[in-house]
Design a protein around this ligand. Structure first.
Ligand code: NAD
Length: 467
């Protein structure tokens, strides 16, 4: 097995460091440590676990600036986003599940003179496997409910963003978590496969692509592991003709270009009512031309660098496909031009926000998840038509509708096949609400009370009384 892999900065293309790949014998040793850690941790009271999780959250808050520097180096995302979203959301998930930890309990069922009760028990050793778009936040969204419920977790970050998970490991130890309860392993597909095949791991939670999701599920069948899958999407945003066009354009921009378009829930299929399509497009172009693309450490930057050269080329390939299939490119579609003072970014993976119009449902850019800053504008004429077209995808992660008619909003959303829906907003995912997809976007929920069910198993105890 390969011993190391190299980690590169998305914004400069320069090597950051080499990372040691966790070897199989080291994973075995991590599993042994997790078994010992689990024995202790699972007998802590909820309140004892909550105190440690809360301590970890406050360390994250006090070190947010330092952590954000690392995350920006590794991901290429704008620093304002890391400071305002990634780390606050990570800390909030720990605080939220710390709050729930003491209240994780079963029920009592009276059965005449006898009775039964249920216990929500931890599952055991859980593996978390992360994607590269929100590395630290994903690690916390998985670790917080898992640990609150009394499990141990072995987390593998994406090989493209290995840095911040190691920081989370240090933070948990500093907060007082028993050794072995949270551990990090490093590597790519092979390490992920080893975890998903392992008989001593009882649960696996993946954030990644559809194809990886299927593979993880096949491997997890080895010992019938519990599985949660947070996978890709090709989500619709439906803009009705009664909604404020200026607001609609802003929401569409946030729903496509935040985190330079590398967000699983992004609404890359923008369905605009035919009556307002031209006006919407004008407002959109006006706004998009003001978005600064470039230095991710600059507080004014709105789009940073894409994660890797390979991904950048894949997104460019989709743009070419869009053009060749007849979609009309009205903005972006290429890398920005750099001034001499910005020459360090010339090898970075920067792409201008890209907008196609005159799109059709059967075009590749409208069907495939691109996972970059590429918006497709489609027009529609009536409600039933747009519902059918919005659902005409293998994915079912998210959907948004913008309208002043709340009857219509609920009527439409009730017929949409997606796990995460927004009315008159988009991409807001506070930790209090369950998050997760339908169809090829996976199953199982992160966040909200529902996440506890994903990290516990229910034991029923029947108690016979003689009299
Ligand atoms: P990916 O599937 O290539 O990799 C995800 C993780 O799985 C990485 O850590 C990788 O090393 C690991 N992995 C790869 N092959 C594996 C295997 N056979 N067994 C076990 N682990 C394996 O995805 P990515 O490129 O890192 O992320 C982009 C994808 O993730 C997109 O499809 C995006 O929509 C999705 N995503 C979904 C959510 C969500 O919450 N639904 C959030 C972020 C990203």
């Amino acid at each position: 097995m390969q011993k190391t892999f190299s980690n590169y900065s998305p914004s400069t293309g320069k090597k950051i460091c080499d990372i040691e790949i966790t070897q199989n014998y080291e994973i075995e040793s991590a599993i042994q440590k997790a078994k010992i850690g689990f024995k202790t941790w699972s007998t802590f009271t909820g309140l004892q676990r909550a105190k440690i999780l809360n301590r970890a959250a406050s360390i994250i808050r006090s070190r947010t600036h330092e952590l954000a520097q690392i995350e920006v180096l590794d991901t290429g995302k704008p620093i304002t986003e890391a400071l305002e979203v990634d780390f606050p959301s990570a800390a909030e998930s720990l605080e939220y599940f710390a709050g729930l930890a003491p209240s994780i309990h079963g029920d009592h069922v009276q059965l005449g003179k006898s009775f039964a009760y249920t216990r929500k028990e931890p599952i055991g050793i859980c593996a978390g496997i992360g994607a590269w778009n929100y590395p630290f936040q994903i690690a916390c969204w998985k670790a917080a409910p898992a640990l609150a419920a009394g499990n141990a977790m072995i987390f593998k970050p994406s090989e493209l963003t290995p840095l911040s998970a190691n920081k989370l490991y240090e933070i948990f130890l500093e907060a007082g978590i028993p050794e072995g309860v949270f551990q990090v392993v490093q590597g790519g597909r092979e390490v992920g496969e080893y975890l998903s095949l392992h008989n001593d791991i009882q649960k696996i939670s993946l954030t990644g692509s559809y194809s990886t999701g299927k593979r993880v599920m096949q491997n997890a069948a080895n010992n019938l592991k519990h599985v949660s899958l947070e996978l890709g999407g090709k989500s619709p945003l439906i803009i009705c003709d009664d909604f404020d066009i200026d607001k609609a354009a802003q929401i569409a921009i946030n729903a496509n270009f935040y985190n330079q378009g590398e967000i699983c829930t992004n609404a890359t299929r923008v369905f605009v009512h035919q009556k307002v399509k031209d006006k919407f497009t004008d407002y959109l172009l006006n706004k998009v031309s003001k978005l600064k693309v470039g230095d991710p450490y600059d507080k004014n930057t709105k789009l940073g660098a894409l994660i890797s050269k390979e991904h950048f080329n894949k997104v460019l390939g989709y743009i070419e496909k869009g053009k060749s299939e007849g979609a009309r490119l009205i903005y972006g579609g290429k890398a920005p031009e750099w001034s001499p003072s910005e020459s360090q970014f010339a090898n970075g993976n920067f792409l201008l926000p890209t907008i196609f119009t005159d799109c059709h449902d059967d075009m590749t850019i409208v069907k495939d998840e691109i996972f970059g800053p590429v918006m497709s504008i489609l027009s529609f004429q009536n409600e039933n038509e747009v519902i059918e077209r919005a659902n005409n995808t293998a994915y079912g992660l998210a959907c948004g509708i913008l309208t002043n008619d709340l009857n219509r909003a609920h009527r439409v959303i009730n017929q949409i096949q997606a796990g995460m829906c927004w009315i008159n907003s988009y991409n807001l995912s506070p930790v209090e609400i369950p998050f997760g997809g339908f169809k090829a976007s996976g199953f199982g929920k992160e966040n909200g009370i529902a996440a506890i069910d994903n990290y516990t198993q229910l034991k029923t105890v029947y108690v016979e009384l003689d009299n």
